[in-house]
Every structure is written in structure tokens, then in C-alpha cells.
Design a protein. Structure first.
Length: 120
């Protein structure tokens, strides 16, 4: 589970058949839970080429999640595909960012004081 401001790991989904990675996980993906279509998105450049894939929604269950390159089921149909951590991204909603400014956790850069502010 991902909480606002917590880092989220993005994984490449590796095909057991051809070894290629055409999909990546979406933020919030939990590798301890069986995967569904909404957990994945096709990576660029294949999405830009107009390649088709399984529907990226809740109705696509792990038995229908297949590699668009060779047709092998991800994770051999188990719901637990082979994944490789690629990057960590911090998801910080706008409200948290704004609250940090109000509380002073994020300092303004130099310049003259705003109306009502005291220098120093």
C-alpha cells in the first residue's frame, strides 16, 4: 500500500517466455497481491506505436495478462509476474506540498518579504 508522500517503486514486468519487458507497474502496485490489468501499463515506445494489450482495468485477471510480444502469460498465469524494480518515485499530493509551505517545512527562497512577513 502506498501513502501520500511515501516512495513508490515502479517495476518492469518481465516475460517468462521471451524475457522482454513491454509493461510496467503503476504506482501503488503491491507485488504480494495477485496482479490485475489495472496494475500494469504498456511502456513507451510500444504504446506510442499503437500496440494492443490486455485491457488495463479490473476485469483483466491474471489468467488474461499476456506478453504482447510472444503471447506467454505473465507469471505463467499465477498472478505473480516476474518483476524488476526500476525506479522509486515520491508521490506528493498538492495539499501536502501546500501544507508544508504553510507550516514552514519548505522555506521560500530569497527575495523581499511578503506582506506581513518579518525578515530573518
Amino acid at each position: 500500500m502506498s501513502f501520500p508522500g511515501m516512495p513508490t517503486i515502479i517495476y518492469d514486468v518481465i516475460c517468462d517466455g521471451c524475457g522482454q519487458s513491454f509493461h510496467e507497474t503503476r504506482p501503488g502496485y503491491d507485488p504480494k497481491q495477485p496482479a490485475k490489468g489495472y496494475n500494469f501499463r504498456m511502456k513507451q515506445p510500444w504504446r506510442g506505436y499503437g500496440w494492443s494489450s490486455f485491457p488495463e482495468n479490473e476485469d483483466s485477471v491474471y489468467g488474461a495478462l499476456e506478453c504482447p510480444g510472444c503471447g506467454t502469460l505473465y507469471g505463467n498465469g499465477s498472478g505473480f509476474p516476474k518483476i524488476k524494480a526500476r525506479e522509486t518515485v515520491a508521490i506528493v499530493p498538492n495539499e501536502i506540498f501546500q501544507a508544508a509551505h504553510v507550516t514552514g517545512e519548505i522555506k521560500r527562497k530569497g527575495g523581499r518579504p511578503r506582506k506581513g512577513e518579518v525578515n530573518g
